[in-house]
Design a protein around this ligand. Structure first.
Ligand code: DGY
Length: 321
């Protein structure tokens, strides 16, 4: 059961080996529809929007051997329930790391150099006097401080790029081991610090940690109040790491300069969300991994995971339980 159309690269793999039920609509299946469609299947290829819980596993029945998500995150799958039933849970691993890091830099540049705002300004016919000494004055990246919350794979990829821009980098990391870090030459320009210092001293803050009970609403009004007025917050991870009403309040009160968000507490964002009317934000529809190459690779991995498991092997990228 493939819950939404996937790029051909993966589809071809599945078609060669399986009988397929595919939801051809762009919209995700509603929960009761999903429950209905999974009856008796051996594998489910799902997406972030599909809640795969005990009831869905019950509906699929004992034939279900593998759940493969077309994503790196797998918080929509009840992994412990799957483990109890000996169902393999697979994901697309780290394949999207570099693509997502590119987007984070894109958001930093869009905010700092006001790219989206300037484009809108020009298209609205507001550009009247040619070159203008005080038009769309923004903030540099070079020589500014970037705070990376969560120096995992994506956080490291963002840092490498930021070093190229001449930025100074502060970071936080769970289970940080200084000695391991020192051995890694790639990181010699980075400085570890606690979250308080990071939020106080950074000009750009990128959230690249995973969502878990410790990171839920990690950025709230208190933290925003500690930030500098010229700080931009970028979130390419999960919306729930920022307490969105607090961010909106902080932006309205001018506590920070702006926000670049690829993820939101509720996706899709509602049309009455105050962020939509704000000037100092850049809002993207969760496109961190959306490059042709990466989506093709994600499709191949998500499909191969299924074939590997159904042939009695381990999935290429298996969630560790
Ligand atoms: C993921 O894979 O978890 C991203 O958020 C979407 O590509």
């Amino acid at each position: 059961m493939v819950t939404r159309p996937i790029p051909e690269a993966g589809l071809n793999i599945l078609e060669t080996h399986c009988d397929l039920i595919i939801n051809q609509r762009k919209a995700p299946l509603r929960y009761p529809e999903l429950m209905n469609k999974v009856k008796g299947v051996n594998a489910i290829l799902c997406f972030l929007n599909d809640k795969i819980d005990k009831q869905i596993m019950d509906a699929a029945g004992p034939s279900l051997k593998v759940i493969s998500t077309f994503s790196t995150g797998y918080e929509h799958i009840d992994v412990s329930e799957a483990k109890r039933r000996r169902i393999n849970v697979c994901y697309t691993g780290d394949i999207l790391t570099e693509t997502t890091a590119d987007l984070a830099i894109g958001l930093m540049l869009s905010l700092g150099r006001r790219l989206v705002e300037a484009d809108k300004y020009l298209r609205k016919g507001k550009w009247k006097y040619g070159w203008n000494p005080d038009l769309m004055i923004g903030s540099d990246l070079h020589h500014k401080t970037l705070g990376v919350i969560g120096l995992g794979k994506i956080g490291s990829a963002i840092s490498r790029r930021a070093i190229g821009f001449g930025m100074k980098i502060l970071f936080t990391k769970r289970n940080f081991v200084l000695n391991d870090f020192r051995k890694n030459k790639a990181f010699y320009k980075l400085e570890y610090c606690n979250l308080q210092r990071l939020v106080k001293d950074s000009d750009y803050i990128v959230i690249s940690c995973t969502l878990n009970k410790d990171s839920y609403h990690l950025i709230d009004y208190e933290k925003i109040k500690m930030m500098k007025k010229n700080t931009y917050i970028i979130n390419i991870s999960r919306g729930k790491i920022i307490k969105e009403p607090d961010l909106i309040r902080g932006l309205k009160e001018g506590l920070i300069a702006g926000a670049g968000l690829d993820v939101f507490e509720d996706e899709p964002i509602r049309s009455n969300n105050p962020l939509i009317k704000m000037q100092n934000v850049v809002l993207l529809p969760h496109i961190g991994s959306a490059s042709i190459d990466t989506r093709n690779k994600m499709s191949e991995i998500a499909a191969s995971n299924i074939i590997y498991v159904l042939k009695g092997r381990q999935g290429l990228c298996k969630v560790k339980t």
